[in-house]
Design a protein around this ligand. Structure first.
Ligand SMILES: [Zn+2]
Length: 313
């Protein structure tokens, strides 16, 4: 039975643990005239999980009037097309990520394809990702920082945090002071359900990730709700935000240390080091590659590193 985590807010289970070995929760909010679903899951989620979960509450996919995507990662927007088909709900998502939300190829090329020497998808991985992404649909409502979601009388505030992705948003339910952080607050990573390996944090811009986390610290909230974990009290949430900031410092320290010691450093080398020395993250993966790139880019902006192109032959 879906748990009511705050008055009018139910937490819905998904099929993501079975598909990807990680927890993933969606949330449905009763906003009077509007029934709001926060995030869409992957393409299979609406029919495999969200529909059945809503029926336990006496609701149906067709009752949804607004679907919100926190950001353009497959587990947060893959279900859009199916949800739209079943409900006709308006789709609201960060304006900054409309390009990725409406074009799978752009997302694959720009997120997974940024550093081909460190990470290249094989055909099977590409097919798996496209399967989770599903068909793309046009975003109806483009969200900007400070907006209220078009959710009737229940004020749901949009806070642009970015960092984890270029336009990531958090949503604050002002009535219950429930803060939906989605993938904003990643601590030192997340253990897979069936393995000793952890999923590393992911951010594509260090400074924006830090600014976004600090913005969350400034908010008045009673609960912090992550997509991939349990609901946190205000104290637990603030601690986890602090841990997330400490992780960034640790990666930066490792980056500076390795660059000093070796004289030069590739994204691939740094990602491998992050993925083995700071935890058991399986070395090279999207998360470690994008963090490595983000920290090297920050050093370059600060004058602490000089980017070079090098002929591989
Ligand atoms: Zn994400």
């Amino acid at each position: 039975m879906p748990e009511e985590i705050a008055p009018g807010v139910h937490r819905l289970a998904t099929d993501y643990p079975h598909v990807c070995g990680l927890p993933l929760w969606l949330h449905v909010i009763d906003a009077g005239d509007e029934l709001v679903l926060l995030d869409a899951g992957i393409a299979s989620t609406p029919e495999a999980a969200t529909g059945p979960e809503l029926r336990k509450l006496g609701l149906d996919l067709a009752d949804l009037t607004l679907v919100v995507n926190s950001h353009a990662h497959p587990d947060h927007m893959g279900g859009n097309a199916i949800l739209k088909d079943h409900s006709g709900a308006r789709l609201a998502a960060p304006a900054l990520e409309a390009g990725w939300l409406e074009d799978n190829e752009a997302l694959l090329a720009e997120l997974w394809g940024s550093d081909p020497a460190a990470l290249a998808l094989d055909e099977g991985e590409r097919a798996d990702l496209l399967g989770m992404l599903g068909d793309r649909v046009r975003v109806d409502v483009l969200l900007r920082d400070g907006d209220l979601l078009p959710s009737g009388e229940r004020p749901l505030r949009v806070i642009t945090t970015s960092g984890h992705s270029p336009g990531h948003i958090a949503v604050l339910d002002e009535r219950t002071r429930t803060l939906f952080g989605f993938d904003d607050v990643q601590g030192r990573g997340q253990p897979y359900l069936d393995s000793s390996v952890w999923l590393a944090p992911l951010y594509t811009d260090v400074e924006r990730y830090v600014v976004g986390l600090n913005r969350l610290l400034e908010l008045d909230f009673d609960a912090l709700v992550p997509s991939h974990g349990e609901v946190l009290t205000a104290d637990q949430g603030r601690r986890r935000i602090s841990e997330s900031l400490e992780w960034v410092d640790d990666v930066h320290e490792l980056t500076v240390m390795l660059l000093r010691r070796r004289g030069s450093l590739t994204v691939r080398e740094l990602a491998g080091a992050i993925g083995t020395e700071l935890g058991d993250f399986g070395g090279l993966c999207l998360q470690t590659v994008r963090m490595a790139r983000a920290h090297l880019e920050l050093l370059a902006r600060q004058g602490g590193a000089e980017p070079r192109w090098h002929h591989p032959g």
